[in-house]
Design a protein around this ligand. Structure first.
Ligand code: PHE
Length: 343
């Protein structure tokens, strides 16, 4: 009994000496003194060993000790939570959050999407094809046989291990694939990346982007071609845009024409972009050569069609006044961040 009382006294001193610490120390304290196998519980089980005449006295001491251990626990706990509340009140919830930098669409993507949208309204759907092409789809099927001089204009990169493979020079290869697998009426545009073997400069790059289009049906005429492309540039650049068609040559179209619009940079007064002519070429076009239709088993007596192809970088240049092709692929965020809105 005396020993027990001594023990309790020691515990009291221990509790009195405690310097309250964090939540972990509090929990350790709780387990040690108040847990189901803790000191207080253990002391109560000692009750049975206490002589009957001193049970009352011991019970009193034990109860006091229990209350002390509990109140120390409660005091410590509330000190911890008010401490937390104090920390919480020092957090200023009105401060702005950490900035999360959001990307923007690349200008090429913006212009491409706009082109797709405009032609979409005219019923054109998007067709895609491989960037690594074979000679047939990129050249031969398009009336550009080997040694044809027009091939020189579109020198590209060849795959060493596979001489028949090359990086496509235009998305006309997609038109070839569509004519191969679909029957008229055909109304598609094919946006995509194309490659040419050019030295990189402000005006030339080894890759760029095109959107070509193809429309084949009965009774498609040159008037349809002109009106479709005129509608396109009006939607892209505004109703005040002026167009002019110049006769040209492409092996896969006959007759062929290049389309110019009045310079959007200088308004026609003359600048380096329009080479002081007031006009800028934006696309090549023409009526699909009957031989092409026959190449793909489409009856050229029944069907006619038109095709066109434009460089997206050029449209972008006129839309946003970007005069150096290298900017598109340098990934400088100061350049890219400027194009946030819809075209
Ligand atoms: N494929 C041609 C080029 O890349 C453009 C074009 C397409 C011309 C369709 C006429 C018809 O230069």
């Amino acid at each position: 009994m005396e020993q027990l009382l001594q023990q309790i006294e020691q515990y009291r001193q221990e509790i009195a000496a405690i310097v309250p610490d964090g939540a972990e120390a509090l929990e350790a304290y709780r387990i040690r003194f108040l847990g189901t196998k803790g000191i207080v519980k253990n002391l109560f089980t000692e009750m049975k060993n206490v002589p009957a005449d001193r049970k009352k006295e011991f019970g009193q001491v034990l109860n006091d000790f229990k209350l002390l251990a509990e109140s120390r626990y409660e005091g410590w706990k509330s000190q911890l939570t008010t401490g937390d509340a104090e920390t919480a009140s020092t957090i200023d919830l009105s401060l702005p959050g950490d900035p999360l930098p959001l990307g923007t669409h690349h200008p090429i993507t913006l212009v491409r999407d706009r082109i797709v949208h405009i032609f979409g309204r005219l019923g054109f759907s998007v067709a895609e094809g491989p960037e690594i092409e074979d000679d047939w789809h990129n050249f031969t099927a398009l009336n550009l046989p080997e040694n044809h001089p027009a091939r020189d204009m579109q020198d590209t990169f060849y795959i060493h291990q596979h001489p028949d493979w090359l990086l496509r020079t235009h998305t006309s290869s997609v038109q070839a694939r569509v004519m191969e697998s679909q029957r008229p009426p055909i109304r598609i545009i094919c946006p995509g990346r194309v490659y040419r073997n050019e030295t990189i400069s402000a005006r030339a790059h080894c890759f760029f982007h095109q959107t070509e289009g193809l429309y084949i049906d009965e009774n498609v005429s040159f008037a349809d071609l002109k009106q479709t492309l005129y509608f396109f540039v009006q939607e892209m650049f505004g109703k005040d845009v002026k167009v002019r068609f110049r006769p040209s040559y492409f092996p896969f179209t006959e007759p062929s024409a290049e389309m110019d619009i009045n310079c959007r940079i200088c308004g026609g007064s003359g600048c380096s972009v329009c080479k002081h002519t007031g006009w800028v070429e934006i696309l090549g076009s023409g009526m699909v050569h009957p031989k092409m239709l026959d190449n793909f088993g489409i009856d050229s007596n029944k069907y006619t069609g038109f095709a066109f192809g434009m460089g997206i970088e050029r449209i972008c240049q006129l839309k946003y006044r970007i005069n150096d092709l290298r900017l598109y692929s340098q990934n400088d965020v100061r350049f890219l961040r400027q194009f946030t809105g819809a075209v």
